[in-house]
Design a protein around this ligand. Structure first.
Ligand SMILES: [Mg+2]
Length: 169
């Protein structure tokens, strides 16, 4: 694998809501490890909105096992997860893979059937690639008033373009 490949997602959607629940079975993803902030909820909301909660339920109903992984605090993750009761890792230190691997072990997840779902290339996608699993990237829900995030989005563009070229072929 070339260095560049560590930053290119396997799939890219504008929102989780654009991913059909069948997508996971079609792509042999049976274990889905989801980032929270800006993937399933904005920083300002303590829980996922109704649409995204329904989406998670639908995905789960197709037989996908879901877990949450976040670099945010234990309190944030605990509160967010009360509606769901999945396995979680907080302060996960993505793109480091120690907690991801621990979570996969808890889930009995096999790498070939596991993917990370997240909104950041330099944390979520890189973490997935270092662990040898696939990455589903979505656009960040909200980057307003977050200059550092906006800057990261600027640097991500190079890899998103590379993803587009690759999938067009
Ligand atoms: Mg995020």
């Amino acid at each position: 694998m070339k260095i560049k490949d560590y930053f290119i997602p396997d799939f890219y959607y504008s929102s989780v809501l654009r991913i059909k629940p069948e997508f996971f079975a079609e792509n042999n993803i049976r274990f889905l490890i989801c980032d929270i902030d800006n993937t399933l909820a904005t920083y300002e909301s303590r829980i996922a909105d109704e649409e995204r909660r329904r989406w998670l339920d639908l995905v789960e109903s197709t037989g996908v096992r879901i877990a949450f992984i976040s670099n945010n605090s234990e309190r944030r993750v605990y509160t967010f997860n009360t509606m769901h009761g999945y396995f979680t890792e907080s302060r996960a230190g993505k793109p480091f893979t120690r907690k991801l691997r621990r979570l996969m072990k808890l889930m009995d997840a096999v790498p070939e059937q596991t993917a990370i779902l997240g909104d950041q290339i330099f944390t979520d996608v890189l973490c997935a690639k270092r662990a040898g699993i696939r990455a589903v990237l979505v656009m960040s829900m909200d980057v307003k008033g977050k200059p550092f995030l906006k800057m990261k989005k600027f640097f991500e563009r190079y890899f998103i373009n590379a993803y587009r070229r690759r999938t067009e072929k």
